[in-house]
Design a protein around this ligand. Structure first.
Ligand SMILES: *Cc1c(COP(=O)(O)O)cnc(C)c1O
Length: 346
């Protein structure tokens, strides 16, 4: 099976398993796991932040960030298709009691005007305590639902400047910040610099089996550690898992550029197939979104699956294919053959 559903399907390599088996470990709830400490230090260094905390998932990382920045009754501003809005089980309401202001951005990106709009216009006769208290702006880099679109550095700073000018904190959901860096050629720490907190995943394209991290100022990460414990994220000999993430940072981060290149090549080949429409300008990292013009996505996905290519439908005619560690050039050639066959093109 050529599995293009997601970059979460990657499996640990033999070398990664060796690193896990050899990891020195301790009880991380007591702060005694050397591998977790190394991973946290290395992540903080790569992201240019004072400290980082290792957590079981990107969802927990985003949720403890949200909880750390806010109090119940506050408001957080983010795109309506953000992972934090549509894929975290309603956590913003459940864990933080936060009102989410949903921006209708473009492929998940938005400008400073969206913040101005969310804050509204103040009038001399406003009741002072009517509105939820605006506190935080969240940005997703790359934007998953937007098709892996990469925020330019200028777009990032124009939003964080507007946030700061209005006294708002900023959080980056950088689950695929590694891919943004591979695509833009701009270091992760530069993309991360204007944000108070940054969440990154080790379990996506980097290929570790488990884990994410939240980075930021020491005092804020300290507060986040409390919420990690509260949500049940305290792990004991977590170094076995942290060792996989360290291995991934060391050995797999460099190859993310291959995924970006492969997404481009795959998208360009798809664009030449009758029955497929691709907006090549939106193919910016390791995700390829395309539309079918002659077959519903569900039927197409099922038939491709029968022929050994697994891709996810999205909406009635939309499809998604994601490049990752487990996909080689030959897989893509084979996948394109299947797509052509299923669509009866040639
Ligand atoms: C995958 C992902 C997350 C976190 O997902 P987990 O499965 O909880 O690790 C967060 N944000 C984005 C944009 C993601 O793609």
């Amino acid at each position: 099976m050529i599995d293009l559903r997601s970059d979460t399907v990657t499996l640990p390599t033999p070398e990664m398993r060796q690193a896990m088996a050899a990891a020195s470990v301790g009880d991380d709830v007591y702060g005694e796991d050397p591998s977790v400490k190394s991973l946290e230090a290395r992540t903080a260094e790569l992201l240019g932040k004072e400290d980082a905390v290792y957590v079981p998932s990107g969802t927990m990382s985003n949720q403890i960030a949200l909880r750390s920045h806010t109090e119940p009754g506050d408001m957080a501003i983010m795109d309506r298709s953000a992972h934090m809005v549509i894929k975290e089980g309603g956590g913003a309401a459940a864990w933080s009691g936060v009102t989410v202001w949903r921006v209708s951005g473009e492929d998940g990106t938005f400008g400073p005007d969206a913040i101005t709009e969310a804050l509204g216009v103040r009038h001399p006769f406003d009741a002072p305590h009517h509105a939820p208290l605006p506190r935080l702006v969240c940005v997703e880099q790359t934007h998953n639902e937007g098709g892996g679109v990469v925020w330019s550095q200028q777009a990032l700073t124009s939003v964080t400047d507007a946030a700061r000018a209005n006294g708002l904190a900023t959080h980056m959901d950088g689950a695929r910040l590694w891919h943004a860096a591979a695509a833009s050629g701009i270091e992760e720490r530069v993309h991360a610099a204007p944000f108070d907190t940054v969440s990154v995943c080790f379990s996506k394209g980097l290929g570790a089996p488990v884990g994410s991290a939240l980075a930021g100022r020491r005092a804020l990460i300290d507060r986040a550690r409390r919420f990690k414990q509260m949500m049940g994220g305290g792990l004991r000999q977590a170094g076995i898992l942290a060792a996989a993430a360290l291995h991934a940072l060391e050995h797999h981060r460099v190859r993310l550029a291959d995924d970006v290149r492969r997404a481009r090549t795959f998208a360009e080949a798809l664009a030449d197939i009758e029955g497929v429409a691709v907006d090549l300008a939106r193919v910016q990292s390791n995700i390829v979104r395309f539309r079918l013009t002659s077959m519903p996505a569900g039927d197409f996905a099922l038939r491709c699956h029968t022929e050994g290519v697994h891709m996810l439908p999205s909406g009635r005619y939309g499809m998604r294919a994601v490049m990752h560690l487990g996909i080689a050039d030959a897989d893509l050639t084979a996948a394109l053959e299947v797509v052509r066959r299923v669509l009866g093109s040639r």
